[in-house]
Design a protein around this ligand. Sequence first.
Ligand SMILES: [Ca+2]
Ligand SMILES: [Ca+2]
Ligand SMILES: [Ca+2]
Length: 357
Amino acid sequence: MPQTISRFSLLLIVPLFAACLPDNPETAGDSDVASSGTTSSSSTAPPATTHSPETTTTTEQTTDHTTDQSSTTPEPSCGDGHVDPGEQCDLAEQNADNGDCTSTCQHAVCGDGLVRDAPQNPGDAESCDLGDANDGAYGGCTPDCTLAPYCGDGTIEPDHEVCEPGASELPCTSKCTYAGRLIFVTSATYDGALQMFDLPGMSDGLRGADTLCRAHAEAAGLPHHESFLAWLSTSDQPAPTRIAADLNFPEQPLQLVDGTLVAQSWSHLLETDLLHPINLTEQAESFASVVWTGTLFGGSPASDCALWTSNGLFEAGMRGDSEKANSQWTEKGLTGCNAMAALYCIQATIDPPPDET
Ligand SMILES: [Ca+2]
Ligand SMILES: [Ca+2]
Ligand SMILES: [Ca+2]
């Protein structure tokens, strides 16, 4: 009987104990939060934070020490006076692009694009070096690094020069052209009415023709384009007289825009046949054309299409021929003013000629 009681009392105690268990999960939860909070607090503890800067300081000191060691053993380099791998030479401070050893520590050679001076060994010196372009073309450099033909070498290269400074009869410029005035035949043709009514106060077509010449010269980029005058006469204004009034250096030759000589001087233009027909335009293109001149060979006035104001069939004008070097360059014959013809244009102002040497 007593044992039975004791079992019964145990059965009562277990449910009572179990009744207390629902509180345990809450307790465990509080414990986790408290534990987590404790972990966080310990990770931000002052000792760890204090330790980090000490570690960094130690690393910096080590790095400084390593740098000091490397500066005492320099890396091989171009300019240190020793021929190192990848270098053909090294003359230290004497390395130079015009020297025997280049600034990149390579032997100076013809074809490297650098001009070697070689003052100690003139035979090794180069006059030029255009690298891959050492092809001997005019004005350039030969495969041996000597100068190709150029203006100033004393020899006239006909494909590129009409004269050489100091080696020609007439003064020659530094561009190997004569220091002459330009003359061209216009690349366009006009009828005999050359008057421009938008030019105020004009009583004849001469000024209109001059304006056309200047427009052609300017469009072609010719120097002193504003000074060009038309080789054109009226009965009271012969071309030689009105043009000569504006000429500077009249003793200089006349030449086509490519440098070809036409006349040795202004006076020769009036007195003798041309050295070459005036058959190049302002754009240096050949042009075979009749040309309004109103001027006989020698400079006297001829028929002028009513002062170059008429394009009438029954008015007449004197014309020349751009393919002729004899008197027909200006005096080929009369034709009706309704015909089309070009103009000869002469540069009045030229640069001073170079001193003869
Ligand atoms: Ca070196
Ligand atoms: Ca060279
Ligand atoms: Ca030459």
